[in-house]
Design a protein around this ligand. Structure first.
Ligand code: BV8
Length: 245
């Protein structure tokens, strides 16, 4: 039986399904992936800029990168992969999505009860964590009226409301994601499976006995440990799988 039909067979009998998405799911919407060609910006790599140290050293350059990305994402729409996953969560109570992406496209697609591990590029937080400001607030203005943006309460620098490399994820998000690894089928879609703790979720799902699958255009760290690897653009292959259900 080919990988797609094997996965479809497991999905038709599954009660609980968890899908972990990465930047590859948003590629067809026009958003460059982290480690693909478009992931570079002025010869910086994401891991150079997405850190608290980089922000401490040069907040203006880090904000220029995030402002550039916000401008890229602002006009992007969810693609077929986002739409299939949103419908799955809306029609099947125990089918859920965990995302590493900060582009909010799963939110825009209407995904129910999304678990967002790395925050949102359209949220900001007070760099000084002042008592007056909430955890994070939404600011979708593109471009910002002033650069770099500031906390409206204390006037200190604002920072992007995302989780940087070297920063801990929200414990509630980690717990929610971990609980979702106890599922019948676990799918890793459009992720290089390199960033932890997100990449560890697939291993956790396997220890729970889940049937595991990967949707990617190329092989990754996860390819040799999943039960089926479905090669191709996820905006096509996921829609083709959905048509079999
Ligand atoms: C933590 C938000 C602990 C920001 C992101 C040394 C020092 C410190 C930490 C570490 C260290 N070594 C390792 C670590 C852990 C580190 C880590 O994993 N590093 C990696 C690089 C080795 N992790 C962390 O730092 C995490 N925190 O460990 O904290 C701690 C505990 C207590 C106290 C303090 C600290 C935090 C990680 C979160 C980092 N933030 N994003 C922002 O976006 O600006 S991660 C970033 O990478 C994005 O969120 C992205 O989603 C994520 C993962 O990348 P992918 O989504 O997989 O994207 P990528 O481009 O890599 O791959 C795309 C894939 O899609 C490819 O496979 C491609 O083939 C495929 N594809 C492309 N097109 C398609 C497609 N597939 C299908 N169809 C297509 N059309």
């Amino acid at each position: 039986m080919n990988p797609r039909h094997r996965l479809a067979t497991h999905l038709t009998t599954a009660d609980s399904v968890t899908v972990l998405t990465g930047a590859g799911v948003s590629a067809a919407s026009g958003i460059p992936t982290f480690r693909g060609a478009g992931g570079l910006w002025r010869n910086f790599s994401a891991t150079d800029l997405a850190t608290p140290t980089a922000f401490l050293r040069d907040p203006h350059t880090v904000w220029e990168w995030y402002a550039w990305r916000r401008g890229q994402v602002a006009d992007c729409e969810p693609n077929a992969a986002h739409r299939v996953l949103a419908r799955w969560t809306q029609t099947r109570p125990l089918w859920r999505v965990i995302t590493q992406n900060v582009d909010d496209l799963h939110v825009k697609a209407g995904t129910r009860d999304l678990v967002r591990l790395h925050g949102s590029i359209f949220e900001l937080r007070c760099w000084n964590r002042c008592s007056a400001s909430p955890g994070a607030w939404r600011d979708e203005r593109v471009p910002f009226p002033e650069m770099p943006p500031r906390c409206p309460h204390c006037g200190a620098l604002a920072r992007p409301g995302v989780v940087w490399f070297g920063e801990a994820l929200d414990p509630g998000d980690i717990a929610a994601a971990d609980a979702l690894t106890a599922c019948d089928v676990f799918i890793a879609a459009g992720t290089s499976a390199l960033v932890y703790p997100a990449a560890g979720l697939l291993h956790r799902a396997r220890t729970h006995g889940a049937f595991t699958a990967e949707f990617n255009t190329e092989s990754t760290e996860a390819t040799e440990i999943v039960d089926v690897a479905i090669r191709g653009p996820v905006e096509v292959t996921l829609a083709e799988l959905d048509a079999l259900l």
